[in-house]
Design a protein around this ligand. Structure first.
Ligand code: G3I
Length: 386
């Protein structure tokens, strides 16, 4: 069955109609219609942006194709609030101004994370670990400053990012981050939602995580959501990041994840979508592969392209069926010219689980709907032709 689908898509790739080839060779502006227009009856389509993408050649494509943006890095705690009395507003303000002046909606990313964190927050006045009270006060001040500054301009926030543990140990629900350790449990998550709601009562508030379709992690996220709801946390929905692979998730896993979250009365946004063509090649001894022996970049082969088209088509077919629960789909970066995935990870540690120190090797991921020349890929047409 799976083989039949892949073969049919391969056939589609090789025999693409003249119309599609012609259209794919045009820059967005030439057709007058972008992703946001094809999906206007479904949900907003967004993209992660940086200063470089707003001021370079990506800018026209962003405006043509998308009606939502997420700052890729510029609103995270570390970059925006590097020390107690210092806020770097410049880039975040520029992104907000860019979007507001073009009537593009903005998702805020993010208010509390264990990565790209503001390290000073975890230390007391004399360098000792901060107390729970001090840390929560700082979290509150931070959220009031950031969400307060963009009140009325940012319509949705990823309030807490990636607080759930990745292991297969089902009893270990929460990531043992500095937040968790200092607060001696997950209460900082409830607090963050409460502060965000106080700072901007109209903003939609999301819990955001990756691998939310994998059964073990899905159940852990479900437990966290049940706890938040039981405690009356002001949560509106779940961000499923959607850093996916050619065969992951399966359609059943995706539907199950959607069914579970929406059964709680929550909305869903796919917040960081990309589908890498890279396949991890584990080292049987360690389960990981050192950078030095990583598989070299194989290029965007017809087989990888066919599988990527099939995976994108599967995902958007399901998204459209769940349109009453889905309030946005955002891609993580603009085009295959530059993805956060490129060069990251020599083995199983690639993808969203990769940390900032993961070894970098030259292997492109080709994960998006626009190619290295910012042209629409065949996967683009598979997503919009429905
Ligand atoms: O800004 C510094 C720059 O000053 C310095 O010279 C340079 C040297 O390497 O680093 C720059 O910072 C980098 C930053 O991106 C901006 O480019 C960091 O090293 C790098 O680690 C950081 O990576 C970001 C990553 O989050 C950090 O974990 C990626 O761009 C960003 O796409 C990625 O986004 C995350 C989401 O926020 C949450 N979900 C997973 C997703 C992918 O990891």
């Amino acid at each position: 069955m799976y083989l039949t689908i892949t073969l049919s898509i391969l056939f589609f790739v090789q025999c693409t109609s003249k119309h599609q080839v012609t259209a794919a060779s045009l820059v967005g502006t030439a057709t007058g219609k972008g992703l946001k227009d094809y999906y206007k009856d479904y949900f907003p389509i967004g993209v992660a942006v940086s200063m470089a993408s707003l001021h370079g050649p990506d800018s026209a494509l962003i405006v043509e194709e998308f009606n939502s943006v997420t700052p890729e890095n510029d609103m995270k705690m570390g970059p925006i609030h590097p020390s107690e009395n210092v806020y770097n507003w410049k880039n975040a303000d520029a992104i907000v101004d860019f979007a507001v002046s073009r009537h593009i909606r903005i998702r805020g990313h993010n208010l509390c994370w264990h990565n790209q964190e503001a390290g000073w927050m975890f230390k007391g006045p004399n360098g000792e670990p901060a107390t729970k009270e001090l840390l929560l006060q700082r979290l509150k001040d931070h959220i009031f400053a950031v969400a307060g500054r963009y009140k009325g301009k940012i319509y949705a926030w990823d309030v807490v990012n990636e607080a759930v543990d990745d292991s297969d140990d089902t009893t270990q629900v929460y990531r043992k981050s500095n937040w968790y350790k200092i607060c001696n449990g997950p209460d900082f998550i409830d607090s963050a939602f409460k502060y965000a709601h106080e700072a901007d009562p109209d903003a939609k508030l999301y819990y955001n995580d990756y691998n939310s379709e994998h059964p073990v992690k899905r159940e852990k996220i479900f437990k966290l959501l049940q706890k938040l709801i039981a405690g009356h946390a002001p949560i509106d929905g779940v961000g499923m990041q959607a850093h996916w692979k050619l065969n992951d998730p399966s359609p059943d896993e995706l539907r199950k994840a959607l069914d579970e979250v929406t059964s709680l009365g929550l909305k869903v946004q796919f917040t960081e979508m990309d589908i890498t063509i890279r396949l991890p090649k584990p080292n049987p001894a360690s389960g990981t592969m050192p950078a030095a022996t990583a598989v070299p970049d194989s290029g965007y082969t017809p087989l990888a392209e066919a599988k990527q088209i099939a995976q994108y088509k599967m995902a958007f077919d399901i998204f459209r069926k769940y349109k009453r629960f889905i309030t946005g789909v955002t891609f993580w970066n603009v085009s295959d010219r530059s993805s956060w995935l490129d060069g990251r990870g020599g083995g199983l540690m690639g993808g969203a689980a990769a940390g900032a120190n993961t070894p970098r090797v030259v292997r492109k991921a080709y994960p998006l709907l626009f190619d290295e020349n910012r042209q629409r890929k065949k996967a683009y047409w598979a997503v919009v032709n429905f």
